[in-house]
Design a binder for this molecule. Structure first.
Ligand code: AP5
Ligand code: MG
Length: 214
């Protein structure tokens, strides 16, 4: 299976991708996570991307498509992939078509998480993750079972993203509306798009996605 998860910032792409990794043994390819790792490691890509990400704008198409190409090259062909936050522009959608052909893969589904934008700001500003294993939490909606301790790995270190402030979130949403939503017809033409209510509970969204994959 090769799935694209589409949705604005805070729609739950990362949360659901983590669950699909657990339930279906798939591999999450998040260009946001890859770019944040590059920023942290101060690689040339990270140095270029940092200011763009801090503003909430999109990094260049070639940079992200090269990151995806490298990941697909390293991956066993039978391992299913969840594309989380990629593609985000028409050019990236076309580059992905080329990469899928190059790596002998076909898209199974494009799942769009539909959400109410006003609720997203609250979701994003309440988000934090485990510094050790990356498990995502939310101050109100999804806190760790034991306060201050990661459910998955027991770590007590957590972190918040520098672009998770209201001003940057608004720019990220505008970018989504202007550049990412317009790629949907590319996949509608192939009858691949399914919409899931991303405002439902995390469990219910996960069940709705599972139903699409069986
Ligand atoms: P990226 O990391 O992809 O961020 P994003 O698209 O803005 O999306 P988020 O990660 O913020 O949200 P999400 O949908 O994953 O939500 P989550 O599951 O965390 O990109 C960051 C930046 O990198 C971009 O701005 C750009 O600069 C650059 N970039 C990345 N990819 C690029 C590309 N392809 N091209 C160019 N530039 C690129 O959930 C959010 C919170 O809500 C969590 O706290 C979670 O616990 C909670 N939550 C989740 N689901 C629910 C629910 N159903 N109910 C209640 N709470 C929920
Ligand atoms: Mg994410």
């Amino acid at each position: 299976m090769n799935i694209i998860l589409l949705g604005p910032p805070g729609a739950g792409k990362g949360t659901q991708a983590h669950r699909m990794v657990e339930h279906h043994g798939m591999r999450q390819l998040s260009t946001g996570d890859m770019l944040r790792a590059a920023v942290k490691a101060q690689t040339p890509v990270g140095q270029k991307a940092k200011a763009v990400m801090d503003r909430g704008e999109l990094v260049s198409d070639d940079i992200v498509s090269e990151l995806i190409d490298a990941e697909l090259t390293a991956l066993a062909p039978e391992t299913g992939v969840i594309f989380d936050g990629y593609p985000r522009t028409q050019a990236q959608a076309e580059q992905l078509d080329g990469l899928l052909a190059k790596h002998g893969r076909c898209l199974t589904r494009v799942i769009e998480l539909g959400v109410d934008e006003d609720a997203l700001v609250e979701r994003i500003t309440g988000r934090f993750s485990c510094a050790e294993c990356g498990t995502l939490y939310h101050d109100m909606a999804n806190p760790p079972k034991t306060d201050g301790v990661c459910d998955q790995c027991g770590s007590t270190e957590f972190k918040r993203r520098p672009d998770d402030n209201e001003e940057t979130v608004r720019t990220r949403m505008q970018e989504y509306r202007a550049k990412t939503q317009p790629i949907l017809p590319h996949y509608e033409a192939q009858d691949l798009v399914a919409r899931v209510d991303g405002m439902a509970s995390i469990e219910d969204v996960s069940h709705a996605i599972d139903a699409l994959l069986t």
